[in-house]
Design a protein around this ligand. Structure first.
Ligand SMILES: Cc1ncc(COP(=O)(O)O)c(C=O)c1O
Length: 412
């Protein structure tokens, strides 16, 4: 199997060829959002210049074309994650909206007093706040699985926290802070044995590793288009058909109905029951083009490439005495996200100094304040890789990193 060629891939991404602060751009903030290849930009342009109309509403050609584009994007997503039918694929705005939809629809309907909802302490706020709200409303109990010193969840922790009272386990496939790939197979198998449903936040995994929802057997799997080469404003909620059928609609309005009477309504079949109002068709078109692009390169190759970059970067970072890497040391337990701190330097300073070297990284609490508190850190810096990143990007980052303390007056 040939490796992917990131230099060739980079040519498809016009934004990456510019200079920033007089340096070539090394874009290492892919955990926040990714850049778009020309193929995605062109697909959106073509849709807007040939096929734009309001789908599912008109008998005219443009509405029919928009409907075809929208539905074919849905089929593309189904195939990408191997869902059984497009009835299981709901388009949302993003991961956050998908998680809120599940909490508000499934949670409101089925969570009762004293039921338990189990999360990992490493969750993004968008997988915490919707559950805090439901737990408060229903007098349910929120529990957290904590991490060991290596940033991983131990098997005993899974068994300690998931019990016969657990109704929902909601966990990220890959931590957006530590890069940890959580042991989903074990968690899902055990949660199901205990009678709980499992929701997987795939925001950081779907763009980077092959996901097969049938093999995984998660009850819900959610992700955002903008972290996988697609535009912002399109997200996905996968749910098992029988579970989605049992859930009430989330938003009420146009397009999600069957019949409306003066004092009641019946609802459209899946997945449209959960898609109220005019949808983001150009986002769906962009997502389809993004998936085409990713699959043409090959998800296996993308995963291998990012692992190789992580290994290369970690090797260099471990050798700098004042750089402290967070998260698993073992490459098999992590993806291409590396959080770190630099002695005597605030992460925001690290990121600002690196920006002057043309290196784009993230700094802050990464929307994971409970994890930061648990790690006893106010913030971290984070680099995150994608298919277009090269060793040259990492060299540029490490070069900048070695100068951070000098800039702050520490000599080395
Ligand atoms: C693990 C994880 N979950 C959820 C989100 C929220 O994604 P969005 O802002 O696209 O809804 C993010 C965003 O960084 C994330 O990393």
């Amino acid at each position: 199997m040939h490796k992917l060629n990131p230099d060739e891939i980079k040519n498809d991404f016009p934004i990456l060829s510019q200079n920033i602060n007089g340096n070539r751009l090394a874009y290492l903030d892919n955990g926040a959002t990714t850049q778009k290849p020309i193929q995605v930009i062109e697909a959106i342009y073509n849709y807007n210049t040939r096929s734009h109309g309001n789908p599912h509403r008109g008998a005219h050609q443009l509405s029919i074309r928009a409907t075809e584009e929208y539905d074919s994007a849905k089929e593309r997503v189904r195939k990408f994650i191997n869902a059984k039918t497009i009835e299981e694929i709901v388009f949302t705005r993003n991961t956050t909206e998908s998680l809120n939809l599940i909490a508000q629809s499934y949670g409101r309907e089925f969570i009762k007093e004293n039921d338990e909802i189990v999360l990992a302490i490493s969750e993004h706020h968008s997988n915490i706040l919707p559950w805090q709200r439901i737990a408060k409303e229903k007098k349910a109990i929120l529990k957290y699985m904590y991490l060991n010193d290596d940033g991983r969840i131990e098997p005993e922790e899974i068994k300690n926290k998931i019990t016969g009272k657990t109704k929902i386990v909601s966990i990220a496939h890959m931590s957006n802070v530590l890069g940890t790939i959580h042991p989903l197979e074990e968690i899902i198998e055990y949660a199901h044995k205990m009678g709980a449903l499992v929701i997987v936040d795939g925001a950081q995994s779907t763009p980077h590793i092959k996901v097969d929802v049938q093999i995984l057997d998660a009850d819900f799997y959610v992700f955002s288009g903008h972290k996988m080469l697609a535009p912002m404003g399109i997200g996905v909620l996968y749910g098992k058909k029988e579970i989605l059928e049992s859930m009430p609609p989330y938003l009420m309005g146009g397009d999600m109905i069957e019949y409306v009477y003066e004092d009641y309504a019946t609802f459209a079949p899946l997945p449209y029951k959960f898609e109220a109002g005019t949808q983001n068709v150009e986002g769906a078109v962009g997502l389809k083009a993004a998936i085409d692009y990713l699959e043409r390169i090959g998800m296996d190759k993308i995963e291998d490439h990012e692992k190789a970059l992580a290994e290369y970067a970690l090797d260099k970072m471990f050798s700098i005495p004042y750089v402290n890497v967070q998260g698993p040391k073992d490459l098999d337990m992590r993806g291409g996200i590396i959080s770190f701190t630099v002695d005597d330097a605030h992460p925001h300073d690290v990121s600002t100094i690196l920006d002057s070297y043309g290196v784009a990284i993230r700094a802050g609490h990464h929307c994971a304040q409970p994890l930061m508190r648990y790690l006893n850190l106010p913030a971290t810096s984070r680099v995150s890789f994608y298919l277009y990143n090269t060793k040259e990007d990492i060299d540029q980052f490490v070069e900048g990193l070695k100068n951070v303390r000098k800039w702050l007056g520490y000599g080395s």
